[in-house]
Design a protein around this ligand. Structure first.
Ligand code: FES
Length: 111
């Protein structure tokens, strides 16, 4: 595993989600309660809409287009439950957030 620095907590406040490019790969970072940071894919597994344009309430990330919901902490489908989003390994060192962008791949729904 190769963890690369993405940003600090000053760049990503609790309840925020932002897209970063790490080693040429775009990842969506989500800062959840308790200092947990999820790194996941940028686009919705349904029809490639940017997840950052959705809403975050607690751990639930809702895509703006057709309102699919994902648990951003577990990277599993909330509604519908048969889907998932990528879960890139993260590491926190002090105030700095690191991600292994080769630790997973984006997921897409089967038609
Ligand atoms: S594109 Fe996200 S729910 Fe359809």
């Amino acid at each position: 595993m190769t963890f690369l620095r993405v940003c600090s907590f000053d760049d990503l406040w609790e309840g925020e989600m932002k897209v970063f490019t790490v080693d040429g790969i775009e990842v969506l970072l989500v800062h959840l309660k308790g200092g947990h940071v999820t790194a996941t894919q940028v686009v919705c597994p349904h029809q490639n809409v940017e997840l950052v344009e959705g809403t975050l309430e607690g751990d639930i990330l809702t895509c703006r287009m057709h309102l699919w919901q994902f648990n951003a902490r577990t990277c599993t489908g909330h509604n519908p439950t048969h889907t998932q989003i990528a879960s890139y390994p993260t590491q926190i060192q002090g105030d700095e957030i690191f991600v292994d962008v080769n630790g997973d791949v984006p997921k897409f729904a089967t038609p």
